[in-house]
Design a protein around this ligand. Structure first.
Ligand SMILES: [Zn+2]
Length: 403
């Protein structure tokens, strides 16, 4: 299946309605889509219409629907409409409650209802959008779509919970949910192992005998993580590889691409942001502001900082992509910023997907030295220079975590 078998590294994008333009126009720059269950449930027509219409194209990206079930491991006093829609879809409106639930709230009967509804939703997904909706999206694609070419999800991601280790009762529930889902599914099921931190990942992966596993280390922000957390993550992936387990990261940035050397087969990220995710839903007000992907530093930064650097020395923020076309970071419109970011990641995968860890670490150290020297020479306000240095500080940490 593509998330585990594409060479050198599979590149999946999280779906959001605002990204439809990027997803349509950059079909050559990614391999698949991950549709959040919340959005799939809440915007059934729009999301289903877009995703399944896209799936009917000859060069269609396959897709998976993430059940986003760790959402229901916590009280949701400020539940959104999409949370309620997902709970309803899972046949269990009581999943949305004010207080934090306990694992003992989930007996086998309840888990069975959730698994059954989830399999059903995945099974009928292509039939949900109305003909009118499908026509609308086919017109936007400017290609004739044969309805019978619409593809089902390439597999089912069974509902799961975030776990702190093998002894965590939530882990036991996740395993039951997987078995219940797999028993009903007509298509392959891929287990999501969601570890509450990188230290828990290894024992969770070692506790299952699947040879293809989707991994998620909650809250692992590659650009902020300590060397030890990143190294622990790499070691867990390498250990899985040595057991013949193929792994795909539900979230990942450039560091995840470098884990190809440890055997990681691919990773996903939101368009323009979301290279990591915390299992616990945090109150957020709207979408994050659009960021500029700084290719040489392999991370997103504020467009104004990138513009400052670009105006002093364009080579610092140079990307070589067709979407920027020589314009500075703040001259890019929203969709250009998004396309630029997806294009850059694709190029990074082509460039680094087959590079051995030691060689990749050296490239990172060399790039850090070059950027550090350039930033030191530019005529920048001290506060701007300091911000720029902060935004490259992860490069030597990544190098250390690889070595
Ligand atoms: Zn660009």
């Amino acid at each position: 299946m593509p998330p585990f078998t594409i060479d050198p590294f599979s590149h999946y994008l999280g779906y959001l309605a605002t990204d439809q333009e990027t997803l349509r126009e950059l079909l050559d720059s990614y391999n698949g889509l991950i549709v959040p269950g919340t959005i799939a449930a809440w915007q059934q027509q729009g999301t289903g219409g877009f995703v399944t219409t896209l799936s009917a194209l000859p060069q269609a990206p396959p897709y998976l629907i993430d059940p986003r079930s760790p959402l229901f491991q916590q009280g949701l006093p400020g539940a959104k409409a999409s949370h309620v829609a997902l709970a309803d879809l899972l046949g269990d409106p009581g999943l949305v409650q004010i207080r934090d639930p306990s694992p003992t709230d989930f007996d086998d009967q309840r888990l069975s209802v959730i698994a059954e509804h989830w399999v059903e939703f995945n099974t009928v997904y292509t039939d949900l959008p109305s003909d009118k909706t499908l026509d609308k999206y086919a017109r936007r694609l400017k290609e004739p779509i044969a309805p019978h070419n619409r593809q089902a999800p390439e597999g089912i991601l069974p509902p799961y919970f975030a776990a702190s280790g093998m002894d965590d009762d939530w882990w036991e529930l996740s395993k039951v949910l997987f078995d219940l889902t797999e028993a009903r599914a007509q298509i392959p099921c891929y287990r999501v192992v969601c570890a509450q931190d990188s230290a828990a990942l290894d024992e969770l992966l070692a506790d299952v005998d699947d040879n293809q596993v989707v991994v998620w280390v909650s809250g692992l922000d590659e650009t902020k993580a300590e060397v030890s957390a990143l190294a622990t993550y790499r070691e867990a992936i390498a250990a899985a590889t040595s057991r013949d387990q193929k792994t795909f990261a539900l979230y990942g940035g450039f560091f995840s691409v470098l884990l190809r050397g440890a055997g990681l087969r691919g990773s996903g990220h939101g368009v323009g942001f979301s290279e990591h995710r915390e299992w616990r839903e945090l109150p957020a007000s709207g979408a994050p502001p659009a960021r500029f992907y700084w290719r040489r530093a392999h991370r997103f930064v504020q467009p104004d900082l990138a513009q400052n650097l670009y105006e002093q020395e364009p080579s610092i923020t140079d990307c070589g992509c067709p979407h920027c076309d020589g314009r500075g970071p703040i001259e890019l419109k929203y969709h250009d910023l998004m396309k630029h970011s997806v294009w850059c990641r694709d190029q990074e995968i082509q460039t680094f997907g087959g590079v051995a860890p030691e060689a990749a670490a050296q490239v990172l150290r060399d790039e850090y030295d070059a950027l550090e020297a350039q930033i030191g020479e530019l005529r920048l306000l001290p506060a701007v220079r300091s911000r720029a240095r902060t935004q490259i500080a992860h490069l030597p940490r990544w190098a250390d975590a690889l070595s």
